[in-house]
Design a protein around this ligand. Sequence first.
Ligand code: 13P
Length: 340
Amino acid sequence: MNVSELESIARQMVAPGKGILAADESTGTIKKRFQSIKLESTEEHRRMYREMLFTAAGAADYISGVILYDETIRQKTRDGVPFPEYLAERHIVPGIKVDKGAKPLAGFPGETITEGLDGLRERLAEYHELGARFAKWRAVIDIGAGIPTRYAIEANADALARYAALSQEANIVPIVEPEVLMDGAHTLERCEEVTSDVLATVFAALHSHRIHLEGMILKPNMVISGKKCANRAGPRQVAEATVRCLKRYVPAAVPGIAFLSGGQSPEEATEHLSLMNQLGPLPWQLSFSYGRALQETALAAWGGHDDAFAAGQQAFLKRARLNGLARSGEYTPAHEQQAA
Ligand code: 13P
């Protein structure tokens, strides 16, 4: 493990004014996204869509890293430049999703365990060779009647820590992503309780597995009401609860926290991040690693049409720029009215 290299990559990933684009949708997930624009999910369509995002002129001003999927890290621009090489040339750090998805946890109805540890050392070595300098592993915790159970939280935390150790061994910065879903009808208070428990358990596991905290990034959910909650908390409450929770459970040695958007609207995700950064000073960089919140408007503007390639890029750049503003707390909803 090259500690100074890990630390320098981690700092680059959470550089001020920028954040990470999560473009690591599995083949199944991207198929669902393409269905929303009635586009068939062929390998070439997936390549073209990713090319649209990665080659948007000026994206590097707001994007510090991109999370790729196994298929995407092997693909090239239409000019024949491998995606990781194209990104690295623009000082955007290429990363890779290495988990194999959340699968039902046997004996624990409604809960999942993320798989993908077998053969991970070898896969990490190959991904490093292909240009990846960071990785991502997502654990999923659902809130419902009687769940999450302590065992599911512990099993997922342990898998995250084993993945993080193997990544650092391979000189790859691990993004540690324990996602508490916002799908249910639960309150913000319940989300804070579960998120607290999850973060405490994850950092205990990371300690047991001797993770170098300065060489990792945390990717958590925000503390937020469930989508079906009858009385959803407002943006200021979300920002305050999230920062309070993170301050309690995330060591200051961690260089950065990059949120997932988790089903929030693009505007909500940007506003929450901006409000949180107004609550500083904070011990870590507070950044974004959004998938849907960065891509939703771009996907719709493109619609799979060649002649809307530039329109898709403009829509993506607008979200990237506004989230870049939110990194220093400067974004307000009034910015939405301005042109891209
Ligand atoms: P969302 O921002 O769409 O939640 O995706 C981020 C991600 O990478 C989930 O693993």
